[in-house]
Design a protein around this ligand. Structure first.
Ligand SMILES: [Fe+2]
Ligand SMILES: [Fe+2]
Length: 370
């Protein structure tokens, strides 16, 4: 694409994303957002433009869309997005889910200059915002520690190797930035960082240790999140280890923290593993569950691929049930708006992922916000 063509493209994407009249369907606006995110990486000019368009889109009234905007700003990993994110976190009129995502995005950008504001909102009236600020502070502190710097350096060299060889490891160069780095079981943090960055160190025999850490409520949320992403990495390896890791993660859905439960659902959305379908259906069907958790379960179900295409363990029955459950909540006038809208977006994604005329699955399973 020429520079002029991509600038024109940005103009039309802005029109779609920032259509506040309601005439552009939500799923189309989500697609525009993901395309803007992709274009942002192509030049500094596009990055600046993307940040400005996305910041403008916060004038919308959909919490679902706005939490996604905050997520994407974090994933762009550019400090120029911080003023917008700070404004959203400080705005008590914004939905808690959007403010939570803004705090998490500040953690993703990992600039120590935001530590003060995050400290301040560690006392927020909303528990999810408080917990997210705590996590973001821990992440920024970790990233700036010796261990964090060693991990970053190892990831950069692994990425370079991948680029040179044209291959991609488990932790690909374009993997999303997690709210906490995956825990390792190695005694030497330097060694662990090296092998983790190369995506080699996660195996089924580590599941009991990671599960124990995940479920230990005496540990900090950050340590428990680290175990969650370690289990995610085990599951990425596939096979029987993946099933064990998914079942271990599902045990976390009984935790007292809605933030913690929503993150488990997000991880299931990244994995799209058939073994997670029953628990995701249960979460979405539970009208007493926190809307943020149900939203994440709906989006996770949107990434499910029909039988035979991946691990081949979800039968036709499962797929039909996913479809019916998403349709039911998409149309339920009593359901919270964010749940309904998530089901609409998930149905669109489901249709796209299972369309044989599409060559590639949509980026959304790894792109959507937790
Ligand atoms: Fe989230
Ligand atoms: Fe989300």
């Amino acid at each position: 694409m020429t520079a002029a063509a991509s600038t024109n493209n940005m103009d039309s994407l802005e029109k779609s994303l920032c259509d506040f009249t309601g005439s552009t369907p939500l799923d189309q606006r989500f697609r525009s957002l993901f395309t803007i995110k992709g274009l942002a990486a192509t030049s500094d000019q596009h990055m600046q433009r993307a940040i400005s368009i996305i910041s403008h889109a916060f004038s919308d009234d959909s919490a679902l869309l706005k939490h996604e905007l905050a997520y994407v700003l974090g994933q762009l990993e550019d400090s120029r997005a911080l003023p917008t994110l700070k404004r959203i976190l400080e705005d008590g009129d914004q939905d808690a889910m959007v403010r939570h995502e803004a705090a998490e995005a500040m953690g993703a950008i990992s600039d120590p200059s935001v530590l003060l504001v995050l400290e301040q909102y560690r006392n927020d009236s909303d528990v999810s915002v408080r917990e997210t600020c705590e996590l973001a502070i821990s992440k920024i502190t970790f990233d700036n520690s010796d261990e964090g710097r060693a991990l970053k350096a190892s990831k950069a060299s692994a990425r370079l190797k991948q680029e040179q060889s044209g291959s991609h490891g488990v932790e690909s160069a374009f993997a999303p930035i997690d709210p906490a780095p995956a825990m390792t079981s190695s005694a030497s943090s330097k060694e662990a960082a090296k092998s983790e960055a190369e995506g080699q160190s996660y195996t089924a025999d580590q599941v009991p240790l990671f599960q124990q850490t995940l479920l230990d409520t005496n540990l900090s949320l950050f340590e428990r999140y680290r175990a969650m992403f370690a289990l995610r990495n085990v599951a990425h390896g596939g096979g029987e280890g993946a099933v064990q890791a998914v079942l271990a993660l599902a045990k976390g859905l009984k935790d007292g923290s809605a933030l913690f439960r929503h993150e488990i659902c997000f991880v299931f959305g990244e994995l799209c593993h058939p073994a997670s379908i029953p628990s995701m259906l249960m979460v979405l069907d539970d009208s007493t569950e926190h809307e943020m958790v149900r939203h994440e379960a709906a989006e996770a179900l949107g990434g499910i691929v029909e039988e035979g295409e991946e691990d081949g363990k979800n039968g036709d029955g499962d797929f039909t049930k996913v479809l019916e459950t998403l349709q039911k909540w998409a149309q339920d006038g009593e359901a919270p708006r964010v749940v309904r809208e998530s089901c609409i977006v998930a149905l669109d994604e489901l249709k796209y992922n299972n369309d044989p005329t599409q060559f590639h699955r949509i980026e959304a399973p790894t792109a959507v916000a937790a």
